[in-house]
Each structure stands twice: as structure tokens, then as C-alpha cells.
Write a protein that binds this ligand. Structure first.
Ligand code: PLP
Ligand code: SF4
Length: 351
């Protein structure tokens, strides 16, 4: 769509880049949306857009629309209940064996459906040195923490120096076996995955994983795949997280193309998230029944390697649960049950 060299961070810059029509500047509702939620679209993603948000799965994810001003009573400012489980700044400790570490709130791009949209943005500042030290000390003082999931914001937006500081500190904590990063950088700003970043991710003892956020096969451009190949070639296992989104990937064909492309790029699909109740994101939501029907259609049609777990983050901070579909019925009093195959055929099983 456009040829620009800088990230567009306002309605004006999106108009200048040709992503929004000039009339967008006179829309008071859009002005409200732009004030409430951060905007950033990288040149890589701008170049991928092929139409307006109503028609294009890439534009729909990243271009602000007036629909975001529509809030429903069930919308939540903290949709997954992170705040309930934050013992200190920058840490969310919900499950016994793992914590989230959130060193910053900035992202390379601001997704219009973001579940942390009330927190992310360029204004939400990173942990300062003292706060980061306190968060790392919390991890060191809790021997039950086996895994640290570094998220944000997007941790690959940190300078390599700061990233290395985090990896080195966690690597020195004997009970931390796994350091998992969640990022959209390989898709949104692939050039950041360079030698310095790879060097910063090198741990000598702990195992480093990277989870890439990707929702549509078209995001996997040659540059994005090359960035992921650099990570994989550095010995880092790659996972993906995707969000099921109306108008982006809510068809069997779109999900099939996405998961096949990820696996071919050495990325194992991990979670398909049911959309969260974030404010102003109702137009992206679909029902759990629709999501289950899509998952059912993928089973058997795609290799098991291409099957993520369909999960719901339960509002209120109760964690994630797989939400089906289920293939096994409860047994009858005689101990006999029915199990469905991938085509919907039912079979008796007793055992
Ligand atoms: C999602 C999440 C995790 C990670 O969960 P996994 O199922 O291990 O991927 C950990 N802590 C919190 C608070 C989370 O929201
Ligand atoms: S990259 Fe993740 S945290 Fe950042 S805006 Fe997108 S969904 Fe939200």
C-alpha cells in the first residue's frame, strides 16, 4: 500500500502513509479512539495492507477504526485479571511454577484487539533499574518458579544490552529452567532480530524459548520467515500464539494457511486464543461455538503439528483453560462411553 521508512504513530502519519483516507482526520470518533489507544504501524506491516480494515485481515488488525469507540457492558479494562496476581511491579504470579515478567509496555505495533490495550503504549514506561532488580529478586526468592515468561509490551523492543541483563540475571537463578519470550517483533519489525539481539538471548544454563504472535499467513513474509529462521538457527525453539479474530482469521481456510505456514517456518502452533473482553474490541469477537466448529474442522484435515490448543483466559485472573471441542463423552453407569472421530462419527469405548 505504501512506501515509508518510519513507523506511523498517529492518524496524520497513517494518512500520510496512504493507509487511511484524508477524511479520517475530520472524524471526531476516530480522534477519540486515537486518544484512548496507542497507534503504531511499522513500514513492514503498512506495506502488507491491501485494502481498508473491513476487507483486509492485516489492515483490520492494526488500523484504528471508529468501531473501537463502541464499548459493551461486558467489556473489561483488565480482561484477564493480571492485577489480581501482581505481587510487585512487573511480575504476574498466577500459576505456582511460572511468572510473567513485564519489563516494558512498548510494542513495535499496537494491535487493535490487544488484551492489554489499557496498559500498552509508548507512555507506559518501562521498569526502571531498581524496579527490574526488585522483580528479578522476587524470582530468585521463589524457588517454585521454574519458568519466566518475559512479555510486556514486547520484550524484543528492549535494547540488546537490557535484554542481555535480564537473560544473564535469570540464567544465574538455578531454579529457573526456562526463559520464554513472547514477541511480535519478527513479524512487525524483522530487522530487529539481528546479531546483537541473538547474542543477548544466549543463556549458558537455562533454556530460551520464543513465542511469536501471528494471526494471518500473510504476516509470514520472506523477511519475517528469515527473522524466525535466525532464531531457530540459533537453537531457540519457536512457538506461536494466535488470536481468533472476526474478519481476520475466522475461517477454516485462513487458519489452515496460518498453521501450515508457521509449521513450515519451524514454529509450533501453541495457543489459539479466544478473543478477550478488552474494551472496544466487540467487533473482533466470535462465539465459543464458532471457535469450536473451526477447531473441529481443522482436526484430521491438518497434521497434528498444525493443531494449537484453543484456550480462553478466564476473566478475573483464573488463568487459561482449553475450551474444546471435546471428543469424549462422560461414561454411562456401565462404564461405556462414546468418542467422536474427526469426521463426526461416534464410536463406543469401554475402558
Ligand atoms: C498466559 C499466562 C501464563 C503462561 O501460561 P502457559 O499456559 O504456560 O502458556 C503464565 N502466567 C500468566 C499470568 C498468564 O496469563
Ligand atoms: S503486540 Fe501484543 S501486547 Fe502489543 S499491542 Fe499487540 S497484542 Fe498487545
Amino acid at each position: 500500500m505504501s512506501r515509508t521508512s518510519a513507523t506511523a504513530r498517529s492518524l496524520g502519519e497513517l494518512v500520510a502513509a496512504g493507509a487511511l483516507p484524508p477524511a479520517a482526520l475530520d472524524d471526531p470518533v476516530l480522534a477519540d479512539v486515537a486518544r484512548d489507544y496507542a497507534i503504531a504501524v511499522t513500514p513492514e506491516l503498512l506495506a502488507l495492507m491491501e485494502g481498508p480494515p473491513e476487507q483486509d485481515p492485516i489492515a483490520r488488525q492494526f488500523l484504528p477504526t471508529a468501531r473501537e469507540a463502541e464499548t459493551a457492558p461486558e467489556d473489561l479494562t483488565d480482561p484477564i485479571g493480571d492485577e489480581v496476581h501482581a505481587p510487585i511491579k512487573g511480575i504476574v504470579h498466577r500459576y505456582p511454577d511460572r511468572v510473567l515478567l513485564k519489563p516494558l509496555h512498548a510494542c513495535p505495533v499496537y494491535c487493535r484487539f490487544c488484551f492489554r490495550r489499557e496498559q500498552v503504549g509508548p507512555g507506559g514506561e518501562a521498569l526502571d533499574d531498581q524496579e527490574l532488580d526488585a522483580a528479578l529478586a522476587y524470582i530468585a526468592n521463589h524457588p517454585e518458579i521454574w519458568e519466566v515468561i518475559v512479555t510486556g509490551g514486547d520484550p524484543f523492543m528492549l535494547s540488546p544490552r537490557r535484554l542481555a541483563r535480564i537473560v544473564t540475571a535469570l540464567d544465574a537463578v538455578a531454579h529457573v529452567a526456562v526463559i520464554r519470550f513472547h514477541t511480535r517483533v519478527p513479524i512487525a519489525d524483522s530487522g530487529r532480530v539481528n546479531e546483537q539481539l541473538l547474542a543477548a538471548l544466549k543463556a549458558s544454563r537455562a533454556t530460551v524459548y520464543v513465542g511469536v504472535h501471528c494471526n494471518h499467513a500473510r504476516e509470514l513474509t520472506p523477511q519475517a520467515r528469515a527473522a524466525m529462521a535466525r532464531l531457530a538457527d540459533a537453537g531457540i525453539p519457536l512457538l506461536s500464539q494466535s488470536v481468533l479474530l472476526r474478519g481476520v482469521n475466522d475461517s477454516v481456510e485462513a487458519l489452515e494457511a496460518l498453521f501450515r505456514a508457521l509449521v513450515a517456518a519451524r514454529v509450533r502452533p501453541y495457543y489459539l486464543h479466544h478473543p478477550d473482553m478488552a474494551r472496544g474490541t466487540g467487533h473482533f469477537r466470535l462465539s465459543i461455538e464458532e471457535g469450536q466448529a473451526l477447531m473441529r474442522a481443522l482436526r484430521g484435515r491438518l497434521s497434528g503439528l498444525c493443531q494449537p490448543t484453543y484456550v480462553l483466559d478466564i476473566p478475573g485472573g483464573h488463568g487459561k483453560s482449553p475450551i474444546g471441542p471435546t471428543y469424549l463423552q462422560e461414561p454411562n453407569p456401565g462404564g461405556d462411553r462414546l468418542v467422536s472421530d474427526y469426521r463426526g462419527g461416534r464410536h463406543h469405548y469401554s475402558g
